[in-house]
Design a protein around this ligand. Sequence first.
Ligand SMILES: Nc1nc2c(ncn2[C@@H]2O[C@H](COP(=O)(O)OP(=O)(O)O)[C@@H](O)[C@H]2O)c(=O)[nH]1
Ligand SMILES: [Mg+2]
Length: 302
Amino acid sequence: MTIDKLLKGLKAWDPRAIGRAISLVENGDDSAEAILSSLDEDLISEATILGITGPPGAGKSTLTNGIISQLRQSRKRIGIIAIDPSSPISGGAILGDRIRMMQHATDQDVVMRSMATRGRLGGLCATAGAAVRIMASCGCSNIIIETVGVGQSEMDIIRLADITLLVLAPGLGDDIQAMKAGLLEVADILVVNKADCKGADILAMDLEAVTRKGSATPTPVSMTVATESKGIAELLDQIEKVDSEHRDSGERQKRRRGAHNQEVLDWCLEILRPRLLAEITKKGLPLLGDPRLKAKKILEEQ
Ligand SMILES: Nc1nc2c(ncn2[C@@H]2O[C@H](COP(=O)(O)OP(=O)(O)O)[C@@H](O)[C@H]2O)c(=O)[nH]1
Ligand SMILES: [Mg+2]
């Protein structure tokens, strides 16, 4: 496909062209600049980027599926980016997500993309950001980024979102407690999924108590039964409410700007790392002395 044809395809909502454009950017192709500068800034700023995170098994994929169904009722075009931390060998989670989202797989108005975190040296945040912009520019009014809430790269990706949902469920074990601490801070809305299961009310009450502590504006808590599409319409109302507050207060623009700065930083580090290592190796530095000082000197020489 020539670049002209590709750009035309992007403007005319051709899902194949969208997939191709994302691949080209992902692979660092020379055409990346032409693709990314041709995008529609207004459509990108209008689209809502929703981050969905939480521990494995909480019901993120099932909930994503439900949200897509609901949004599709108003004929909105949707983009999905599933960030998968599983090893390329097991492939388990990717396969699971694909199967769960299968009901939308043949929908021409839903574009999906899986990205693996493992075996990658950074740069994921930057490529995910580019994929979000391509999808938005092509006409996706909503882009959903689903990621397991573990590890730094997943946390970085969630910064791309305008609104972040933290999905929890009762009975996931104590290790979740520790993880929640960091995740609670990034969440705009807490979702207690599996509200049909024992312990959901207590979990919701606990979360409400935690977020009310020391905060003038407690994080809203929504309850859902993703498997039965219960609570999803209410959740979407809540998302809309938070989104419009963020638009009014300038929070949304602030986050977009911050996320883009982060993307560029991501690339700076990606490019700098091998360059600096080569420089350090060449110097054959003495083993004694403060390595911090050595680092500063090397950076000053750049
Ligand atoms: N009882 C119940 N099970 C659910 C609910 N939502 C998801 N599940 C089940 O929980 C399991 C994990 O769901 P999944 O969406 O893959 O979780 P993810 O790992 O967070 O993406 C699946 O077997 C789902 O069918 C719910 O609301 N209630
Ligand atoms: Mg999943």
